[in-house]
Design a protein. Structure first.
Length: 109
């Protein structure tokens, strides 16, 4: 199989999903036996998929994780043509981090 930019973005998306959910791509704890991407798509609330250990974070950090979840899900779009480029993913990740840093700085007196 040839490695393409689209496949690299997909792989990045799967790795991000693993980090955020604490699950493997094919995980025995997913009762439906679904692949992690399909399991997340079936959830009604995005926060329901985050690893329980991550939910104890601040509201700002949780918001940042949910934004990253969105980026990861864009990366695993079924159609390779609908996936963002690596450059776009990197730009969004930087933007999320900068936005979070600005919000944290504004919250401090």
């Amino acid at each position: 199989m040839k490695i393409t930019e689209e496949s690299e973005v997909y792989s990045f998306g799967v790795v991000m999903l693993e980090v955020l959910t604490g699950k493997h791509p094919i995980d025995p704890t997913v009762l439906e036996g679904l692949y992690i991407v399909d399991w997340i798509r079936e959830r009604k609330e995005p926060a329901d998929v985050l690893d329980m250990g991550l939910l104890a974070r601040t509201e700002g950090e949780t918001k940042e994780m949910l934004q990253m979840l969105g980026v990861a899900m864009l990366g695993v779009c079924p159609s390779p043509n609908d996936r963002p480029t690596k450059k776009d993913v990197a730009a969004v990740v930087v933007e999320i981090r900068e936005e979070s840093s600005k919000a944290a700085a504004a919250a401090c007196p």
